[in-house]
Ligand binder design. Structure first.
Ligand SMILES: CC(C)(COP(=O)(O)OP(=O)(O)OC[C@H]1O[C@@H](n2cnc3c(N)ncnc32)[C@H](O)[C@@H]1OP(=O)(O)O)[C@@H](O)C(=O)NCCC(=O)NCCS
Length: 181
C-alpha cells in the first residue's frame, strides 16, 4: 500500500515497476486500445515509452502513474500528467491522459482514477489549469473528460499528425483549479 501515490475506492496509482512492461506491452499491442493513436506499440516501443515516462518524472517531478486494480493488485493501465512536447496555441501546458487495458473498460475506472489525479494535480502539484486532448473521433476519452468536469476549449490540428489523416483533428478540454467539483 505504501507504494501508492494516490488511492481511490478501487484503484492505486503508483510509479512504474519493471513487471509492468509485460501487461503494458499487451495493452499497447491491442489495436482497439490504440485505435486513436497512429499505431500500436510493440515491446521495444513500450520499453522506450516507459523510459520517456521515467525521464519526465526526473525532469518535472510528476508524470504518468501506473494504475493497479486494488482487488487483484495488478496493473490495468495509466493516468497522470505530461507536458506536451509539441507547440500549439495552448502550449506550454500540463496535460492529463489515460489508457486502460480493454478488459478494464466500462467499469468507471478511468473516470475514478482521473478524477483523483486532477485533485492531486491541483492540491498537491499546485497546477492552475489542466488540459486534455484527443482525436475528435475518440468519444470514450471525451466522455471521461466531461465526466471529470473538464470543459471544451476548442479544436486544433495536431502538428505531429499529417493534416489529411483522420486522427489529425483534435478536441481540447480544460479545467481550472477553482472549477474543480
Ligand atoms: C479512454 C478510456 C480510458 C475510457 O474507458 P471507459 O471504460 O470508457 O471509461 P471509464 O473507465 O470512465 O468507464 C466509464 C463507463 O463505465 C460504465 N460503468 C460501469 N460500471 C461502472 C461503475 N461501477 N462506476 C462508474 N461507471 C461504470 C459507465 O456507465 C461508463 O459507460 P458509458 O460511457 O457507456 O456510460 C479507454 O477507452 C481507453 O483506454 N482507450 C484507449 C486509450 C485512449 O484512447 N486514451 C485517450 C487518448 S487521449
Amino acid at each position: 500500500m505504501n507504494d501508492y501515490v494516490i488511492i481511490t475506492e478501487r484503484l492505486g496509482l503508483r510509479k512504474w515497476k519493471e513487471e509492468d512492461v509485460i501487461p503494458f506491452t499487451a495493452m499497447n499491442e491491442d489495436a482497439e486500445v490504440m485505435r486513436y493513436f497512429p499505431s500500436t506499440l510493440n515491446y521495444d516501443e513500450t520499453i522506450a515509452m516507459v523510459k520517456r515516462i521515467r525521464s519526465h518524472f526526473d525532469k518535472h517531478a510528476f508524470g504518468l502513474l501506473a494504475i493497479d486494480d486494488l482487488s487483484t493488485k495488478t496493473f490495468i493501465g495509466y493516468t497522470g500528467f505530461m507536458i506536451p512536447s509539441f507547440t500549439s496555441y495552448f502550449t506550454p501546458c500540463v496535460e492529463i491522459g489515460w489508457r486502460l487495458q480493454q478488459s478494464s473498460w466500462n467499469k468507471g475506472y478511468a473516470t475514478e482514477a482521473a478524477k483523483a489525479c486532477l485533485h492531486y494535480g491541483f492540491e498537491t502539484l499546485n497546477f492552475d489549469k489542466i488540459f486534455s486532448f484527443t482525436s475528435m473521433l475518440n468519444t470514450r476519452s471525451i466522455k471521461v473528460m466531461e465526466r471529470i468536469g473538464m470543459k471544451k476549449q476548442g479544436e486544433f490540428d495536431h502538428p505531429n499528425i499529417e493534416s489529411s489523416h483522420p486522427l489529425c483533428h483534435h478536441v481540447l478540454y480544460g479545467i481550472e483549479k477553482l472549477k474543480l467539483a
